[in-house]
Design a protein around this ligand. Structure first.
Ligand code: SF4
Ligand code: SF4
Length: 321
């Protein structure tokens, strides 16, 4: 892959920009300087909160539903639109912009009404993160192998954004910490990995409709996923220690992180969750029983066919002396 091709593989899922040409062609590290400040006094205040596609991660949805004190299904219905993630067939959601002005439903002239719980994409802007891992090497479990050098940062400089004219200087690391990006990255990491893994497999590899529905449910509605775990045969099927059960029962964030492990195991066969041995044995016995039945059926059919053929030969005199 040429360097230019690699550079083009930027991780845009959290990119708020809609025009890739506004990406500055300069690789930045965590220690690179950034001259930028965004505050209510800038001329462009809230200019970036319209005409954009903001993908929501499971953690974004969890935080926003808590903030708005509404269930996920109501949030999804009111504030989101379905979309596909990273040009894959993985279903996700993005913020539904207001029909009247094509702006985010949470923006007012005074600013963002959910600021402390704003989505990951809003926190990233105008510093994007790029990743070389697509098509990279994998370990024995099929997990992507990454090195620190595979990540870098870049700025998105759009004409309307006047924050670059401000005097404040910091490093990319300081900016990200200030915006709470690091925490979001940690929360989104495994989920994003699922999406990028799907992307690296390409669309030739199929994902069942049921798997896609499960991915969507677990990614957007933690209350329904909770029911799935605690009100089905889930706990009888998977090996989970008591500490994990207690944690995911009490804490939605823990449950969300657990859902990523479940999805990795069921969608990609990752060794993140084990099925109980007795369940495996029962399944193997069931398959064997079906196989035995099939073999017996084949033998029976073969014997019948043989008898039929012999009878026909007798009838046509082939076997007559
Ligand atoms: S969530 Fe807040 S910061 Fe993000 S686009 Fe909407 S108003 Fe702007
Ligand atoms: S400075 Fe940039 S990020 Fe801040 S409000 Fe203006 S356009 Fe948005």
């Amino acid at each position: 892959m040429s360097k230019n091709e690699s550079d083009a593989k930027v991780q845009t899922i959290f990119g708020k920009e809609k025009n890739p040409s506004s990406i500055e062609p300069k690789k930045l590290t965590l220690d690179s300087p950034l001259k930028f400040r965004c505050h209510p006094g800038v001329r462009c205040f809230t200019a970036c909160c319209g005409g954009i596609k903001i993908i929501l991660t499971p953690y974004d949805i969890l935080q926003l539903t808590r903030r708005l004190a509404i269930p996920a299904h109501e949030f999804l219905h009111t504030y989101s639109l379905p979309t596909y993630l990273e040009k894959t067939d993985m279903p996700g959601v993005m913020i539904k912009l207001r029909e009247e002005d094509n702006k985010c439903p949470f923006v007012t002239p005074e600013g963002c009404t959910v600021y402390t719980d704003r989505p990951t994409a809003c926190r990233y802007y105008p510093v994007g993160m790029a990743d070389f891992h697509e098509g990279g090497s994998r370990d024995a479990d099929g997990e992507e192998v990454k090195t620190a050098e595979e990540k870098f940062f870049f700025t998105v400089r759009e004409d309307h954004c006047k924050g670059f004219e401000e005097d404040k200087e910091w490093t990319i690391r300081e900016w990200r910490a200030d915006q709470g990006v690091d925490v979001r990255d940690e929360m989104n990491k495994e989920w994003l990995r699922l999406v990028m893994r799907r992307k690296s497999y390409g669309l030739q590899a199929t994902l069942s409709e049921q798997a896609k529905r499960m991915f969507f449910m677990a990614s957007t509605d933690i209350a329904t996923f909770r029911k799935f775990v605690f009100e089905s045969t889930f706990l009888d099927t998977y090996e989970l220690d008591q500490e994990t059960i207690d944690k995911i029962r009490e804490d939605d964030v823990e449950l969300m992180l657990f859902s990523f492990k479940y999805l990795a195991a069921t969608l990609f066969g990752a060794q993140t969750l084990n099925i109980k041995e007795e369940k495996i044995k029962a399944k193997v016995a069931q398959i064997k029983e079906r196989q035995d039945e099939t073999v017996m059926q084949s033998i029976k059919e073969y014997e019948e066919l043989k008898a039929q053929t012999a009878a026909q030969k007798v009838g046509t005199g082939v076997l007559k002396k």
